[in-house]
Every structure is written in C-alpha cells, then in structure tokens.
Design a protein around this ligand. Structure first.
Ligand code: ADP
Ligand code: MG
Length: 544
C-alpha cells in the first residue's frame, strides 16, 4: 500500500509522499526537470495528449487545443466542456488527465499509487469537492479524502517544528488564484491521554482570478511593447510565433527576477532578434497594483475574525518567491513571516494527512504494514496520527428551502441549518409542516450557499421557485428528497428534518412524526437533480 498527497493546482500540481523516516518528499517530475507539473493539457491529435511543460509551449500557437486553469471550472454549475477530434471532455476528465500524469510520474520511478489525499481550496463547495474526488477516481486512484489547501500547508509547517497554540495566516499566491486563510493551531488533549495539535480554519478569502498569471501578463505586455518600439511595429503586426516566443520566456524571466536585479530576454520579432532588458524595479512598479490587491484581501479576511491576533504568516504558492511579495507581507506583519517550499508545502501536508488516514484504512483492509521500504513504518505513521488532528469546517451554509406562510404572501426562504464555518461533522434538526391538508408528498430541497445569515430569501424564477443558482449568495441546489405522505395527512403533521454535513457530503433525513416513516438521501452533487417546477409540494415553517 502506497499513500500519496496531491496538490492539484490551477497552474501547477505536485505529488508527495512520506519517506521511510516519515518526512515528506516530493516526487520529482524528471521530464520537466521540476518538482511540479504544469496543469496544462495539449490535445495534439487523436492519439496524443500531452500534460505539463511541453503542453505549455503551445499556449499561444495552438491555443484552441490547449486547456489550462481547469480547476476554475471543476464542479461549477456552468461547467463548460472541451471537444477535440470528436471527443468531448468535462473539467473532471481534464483534471483526471493531469492526475493520471502525476500517477505516471510515480510509476515511471518504480512506485505505485494506492491511496491518495487531494487538496482543494478551503472555499470549494460540495460539488467542486465531489468533482475533484471523481477526477481522482477516474485517474485510477483511491481517494481517501480531500483536505483544504491552507490546512495542508499548516500541517506541513507544524510537522517541521513543534508549535504552541498559534493563529496562522496562510497567504497563498499561486499561478491563477489567491487564497487567504486564517487557521488556528492548538494543542488539545486527545482521547488517549496525550496532546494533539488541532488545525482549524477560522476564515477564508481571496480571489480565484488573481495569481502569477497576472504578473506574467504584465511582463508579457511590457516585453511586447518594447519589441514593438524597438522595431517600429504596432502590436497588431506581431506574429503568433513571436507572441509564443515572448509567452514562453515571460515566466522564466519572472522567475529570474526573483533571484536577480536584472534579466534579459531575446525575442525573435517577426524574424529580427530583439533584446529586452527588465529590471526588478521596473517589474515591481508594473505590478504594484496586484500586490496591493492581495493585501486588500488580507485585510478583508482579517476583518472576518476581528478577535484573531496573527502570530505567524505562512507564505505559500510559487508566486511568493517574488521578493516584492515577501517585502509587502513583512511590512504588514514584521518578524512574523515564514516561507518553506512554498510550491510544495501543500502537497507535503497532504502526504502527511494521507499517511495518517492511510494507516487507518490499511489497518482495516489488510492489517498489514505498508509494503516495501519506501514508506514509513506503521509506528512512524501512528506517531504522526497521534500528533495531529485536522478539524475541517463546513465550506458552505446548508439547509432546506421552505415556505413562510405567515403574512399575506408566501415567501420562499432558505433556512441555514448549518452555517459556513461550523465544525464538521455538523448536524441540525428542525420541524416543519405540509403546506396544505391532504398533501400527497413533500419535495424537500437542499441548498448550499455562502451566507452566514440564519435564513436568506433567494432569487426566484417565474414559478416562485428558487433559482438553481443565485450568484448573490452563491446559492446552489444540491438535490431533493421526496417525502410521501399517507392519505388524509393534516397540515398540522410534524415533519422533522435533519441535515448532517461531513467531508463527503450532505445527508438529509425527514421523519413523519405522525407515522414514524423515515426518508433519507445522501447528496454529493447537484448534477443529476431533476427539479419539479411546482411549488405545491413543499414544507412550511409554522404550524398555524
Ligand atoms: P498553483 O496556483 O497551481 O497552486 P503554484 O503555487 O505552484 O501553483 O504557483 C505557480 C505560480 O508560481 C506560477 O505563476 C509560477 O510562475 C510562479 N512561480 C514559481 N516559481 C517562481 C519564482 N521563483 N518566482 C516567481 N514566480 C514563481
Ligand atoms: Mg496552490
């Protein structure tokens, strides 16, 4: 049994495991001579699909055959599909290709993958999570669990050094996304007498369209306009090959500027060689607004936890290699900034978590120690499992849509049984009633949303039903449970509704208190929901 942790990133992915001493190590992507794998897929032709750096080289010249940033699409209601050579791929399938490539990297070095933990942003809802898990399964992996990226980063940080209770701000600036998370690490007594370090997410914020790509774009435009000036051309005169030449050099130039004060790029501008010199100062001036944008998100996230006092700021994500980031964060949090393997910390944390979980699974399945010397002994992993406990929080608010019959007009509201940020597993119960006497059935709809209110009034369609998605509160219909009522059920009959949310989904249960009939469903995703348009079969809040 081999257990791995995977950071399935928007722009770069990474796979790690624990070595025989229980230390996390990243499996190197030798083909690209890198610790990470570019999350880019190039559909060259029917028989050849390329993932990684080689796919990236085709972004400008074959843009219609290259798929990138697919993580932004996964599990989204408007998820688009991609068709190449007559075959259509969903974002889940594209993600599976990236995961399969990671698997292939491990296998090409003689390893095998049995169990994995895949990381997801803390703000991912149920569907994004379930789609990520599905992608892992499609790639032939047994997905033990998912873990929030900032939690994984904090786990790899506290595995490095013993820490007392701390509040950590994880500043994760990747390639396409910026995530700010406040996590709390606390020592709490465990069931078996010792102490465990508990990691809890307190607040999340950020922007899923802000990342290293924006820095690349600024540099791209800078170099492009320098090339135009030098050759007396306008941007429209620049050929696609030249653009690809600039595009492929931009990221490297950016990385060099993290090390050096000045760098040079040589571009073949429509056949004539042009040299562009960029200084770090110029680059910082070009992108200062982007840095400021990230700091605004830091402020708005901190505002969600006014009582938290930050002890440590963890810099995570490849873009935090840029000195301007470290400087800006250091200026705001003097002496508190920590940075270790920013582009690998998430995968390493996932590997630690996977190993902790894998132990339990393997114990159950085989009762045997992991095979081979490649992975840590059972004792080592038991030690880890005893040291940490990861407490995740609900990524969304969850609850049923019910009708408030008080007043003159029926109002459809979503009651948030379980609110965003509650400790998981979270359970809540409430009693409702049929809308009218002799109602034959109840359609109990379950929703998720981003509101912290007890109840919200969602946007409704012309039939008065909530829209399947409501961007204002990120309302999303997860599914529905049909509760059949016996003949002659009076409208005063109590229907007890329970929601239970854990890492794998939402369990909804309804009990007719008059008959004790129980109805239940387990919702992971909304993709197959067939929604009845009629409003009659719902539940109402009050008994009068
Ligand atoms: P993801 O967003 O997919 O989680 P990463 O955290 O690995 O990915 O971040 C990738 C981003 O980090 C890319 O934009 C990449 O160009 C950038 N990056 C990586 N190394 C450096 C570096 N040394 N200097 C500047 N940017 C870097
Ligand atoms: Mg990342």
């Amino acid at each position: 049994m081999s257990t791995y942790g995977i950071d399935l990133g928007t722009t770069y992915s990474c796979i790690a495991r624990l070595d025989a001493n229980g230390n996390p190590e990243v499996i190197r992507n030798n083909e690209d001579n890198s610790n990470t794998l570019a999350s880019v897929v190039f559909f060259e032709n029917q028989n050849n699909v390329i993932v990684g750096q080689a796919a990236k080289e085709n972004i400008e010249t074959d843009s219609d055959r290259v798929v990138q940033f697919v993580k932004r699409e996964i599990g989204k209601p408007t998820s688009r599909t991609y068709t190449f050579d007559g075959k259509t791929y969903t974002p889940v399938e594209i993600s599976a290709l990236i995961l399969a490539r990671l698997k292939n990297i491990v296998e090409s070095q003689g390893g095998t993958i049995d169990n994995v933990v895949i990381t997801v942003p803390a703000y991912f809802g149920l569907e994004e999570r379930s789609a990520t898990k599905q992608a892992g399964e499609l790639a032939g992996m047994n997905v033990l669990s998912l873990i929030n990226e900032p939690t994984a980063a904090a786990l790899s940080y506290c595995a490095r050094q013993f820490q007392e209770d701390r509040t950590i701000l994880v500043y994760d600036l990747g390639g396409g996304t910026f995530d700010v998370t406040v996590v709390k690490m606390s020592m709490t007594p465990s069931d078996n007498g010792g102490d465990v370090q508990k990691i809890t997410v307190l607040a999340t914020g950020g922007d899923d369209h802000l990342g290293g790509k924006d820095w690349d774009d600024k540099l791209f435009n800078y170099i492009l306009s320098a090339c135009c000036d030098e050759n007396g051309l306008s941007a429209d005169d620049i050929e696609a090959e030249t653009r690809q030449d600039i595009r492929s050099k931009v990221e490297e130039a950016k990385r060099k500027l993290s090390q050096k004060e000045t760098t040079k790029v040589r571009i073949d501008v429509n056949g004539s060689r042009t040299e562009v010199v960029i200084t770090r100062k110029d680059f910082e001036r070009l992108t200062a607004d982007k840095v400021a944008q990230t700091m605004n998100f830091v402020d708005s996230t901190l505002a969600k936890v006014p009582d938290a006092s930050i002890d440590t700021v963890l810099l995570v994500g490849g873009s935090t290699y840029m000195p301007m980031i470290k400087n800006a964060v250091e200026e705001k949090f003097p002496g508190k900034v920590q940075q270790h393997d920013p582009d690998q910390a998430v995968a390493k944390g996932a590997a630690i978590y996977a190993s902790m979980l894998g132990l339990a699974v393997e114990g159950l399945e085989t009762g045997e120690a992991p095979s081979g010397a490649e992975q840590p002994s059972e004792d080592k992993r038991a030690e880890l499992a005893a040291k940490f406990s990861v407490e995740d929080q609900t990524p969304r608010s969850f609850g049923p849509g019910v009708v408030d019959t008080k007043g003159t007009k029926n109002k459809y509201i979503l009651e948030n049984f379980i609110k965003i940020g509650e400790k998981m597993p979270a359970v809540a119960t409430k009693t409702y009633y049929p809308i009218e006497d002799n109602q034959e059935r109840v359609r109990l709809r379950a929703f998720e949303n981003m509101s912290t209110e007890d109840a919200i009034i969602p946007s409704v369609d012309e039939d008065g039903n909530p829209q399947a998605t409501d961007p204002a509160h990120c309302v999303k219909l997860l599914g529905e449970l049909i509760v059949n009522l016996p003949p002659n059920t009076p409208k005063t009959t109590k229907i007890q509704v329970t929601f239970k949310v854990d890492a794998s989904g939402v369990h909804v249960e309804a009990i007719n208190m008059a008959t004790n009939d129980k109805f239940e469903t387990f919702l992971r995703t909304a993709s197959d929901v067939d929604v009845d348009k009629s409003n009659v079969h719902q539940l109402r809040i009050s008994s009068d």
